[in-house]
Design a protein around this ligand. Structure first.
Ligand code: SAM
Length: 330
């Protein structure tokens, strides 16, 4: 699949649920209204649509959410997608999770064919973690992370850089990741969906974070790529990598290779734009076959925009896109 700007689309991110067992302050409002079940695609519908994308050249698939691992029986979807791994088909099946369910699911994920996972963890401080997630228990997440490591999964820790929340912690996070053999990826907060607070107060440019880190760590250039937007460095002192995802200070849309499917079957061709294509009605219409789904995917890819235009400053203190990250899948 090639979009109008010559970019090859080989990466599909699928939000399998809008629900989450945490309420990170920059991600969701405390009193979120979640979707009724009938609006959410069944696991079979998700599997069928993913199969169409794989048939059209998608090589990497990431399940996300909401919290993907709280969806009932989601492991059966991992298994059916994992069965599509192999020559000429899917190359990688992966997941982004908050880690709360990993202690009992890590081995099953490995068994389904997952080899790398991203775990979101913004802070190692139990009180700060509770405050950032509104009620999360960090011990549960740490148990999950170490269960994943023990199961043989490569773990990357994702932390959103938040002023006043974790800005004094990156040295500690980097050292902790080095000690346990995890890569770390820092992410700039993006203006998506209404939250209770003011995003201008939270926004921390990663250009600043990187120069502060360089006071204590040697960040060596590397051309390591995971097919995502992160710019990676090798940390000489630990031998692990640190990545920076900078949608605000450096727009990376020119190399975008992905599209995002929500749990209701809406395909967003860009995280930061509103245009979308609906697949749920087609999936539920018995007269629609896979060839028609394929034609609809092609038509959607032909509308993929050049890029996003996120802005956070005092004059633009409203979301650039109305939907929360948990809808499109972060
Ligand atoms: N529940 C899973 C998790 O915690 O990783 C998957 C979904 S969550 C929406 C995916 C990632 O998006 C998390 O790392 C989260 O921190 C990040 N995220 C959520 N809202 C964001 C925002 N406004 N800007 C930047 N990252 C955000």
């Amino acid at each position: 699949m090639i979009d109008p700007f010559g970019r090859r689309i080989s990466y599909l991110r699928v939000s399998v649920t809008d629900r989450c067992d945490l309420r990170c302050v920059y991600c969701m409002a405390e009193d979120m209204t979640f979707l009724p079940k009938r609006e959410v695609l069944t696991l079979e519908e998700l599997d069928r649509l993913c199969g169409v994308f794989i048939g059209m050249g998608v090589q990497k698939l990431r399940l996300t959410g909401g919290e993907p691992l709280v969806r009932k029986n989601v492991i059966s979807l991992f298994r059916s997608l994992g069965a599509r791994l192999g020559d000429g088909g899917l190359k990688e099946l992966t997941v982004t999770t908050n880690g709360t369910q990993l202690a009992h699911m890590a081995e099953d994920l490995y068994g389904a064919g997952v080899r790398r996972i991203n775990v979101s963890l913004d802070t190692l401080d139990p009180a700060a973690f509770k405050a950032a997630t509104r009620w999360g228990d960090i011990e549960k997440v740490l148990d999950g992370i170490f269960a994943a490591k023990a199961a043989g999964l490569a773990v990357k820790i994702n932390a959103v850089a938040l002023k006043g929340v974790n800005e004094d912690e990156y040295d500690r996070l980097l050292a902790w990741c080095g000690e346990h053999g995890f890569d770390l990826c820092l992410i700039e907060t993006m203006p998506m969906g209404d939250i209770s607070g003011d995003r201008t107060d939270q926004y921390l440019p990663l250009s600043l974070v990187r120069s502060r880190l360089r006071e204590h760590w040697t960040l060596e250039d590397t051309d390591y790529k995971t097919g995502g937007p992160a710019r990676y460095y090798t940390v000489k002192e630990t031998g692990r990598r640190i990545g920076f995802i900078t949608p605000m200070t450096h727009n990376f849309c020119e190399s975008c290779n992905r599209v995002r499917l929500t749990c209701t079957g809406t395909l967003y061709m860009c995280l930061g734009q509103e245009d979308s294509a609906d697949f749920r009605a087609m999936l539920r219409d018995p007269s629609v076959d896979d060839a028609a789904l394929k034609a609809a995917v092609e038509a959607a890819i032909a509308r993929k925009p050049k890029g996003h235009d996120f802005i956070i400053d005092r004059r633009h203190n409203r979301p650039s896109v109305g939907r929360h990250m948990s809808v499109t899948g972060g």
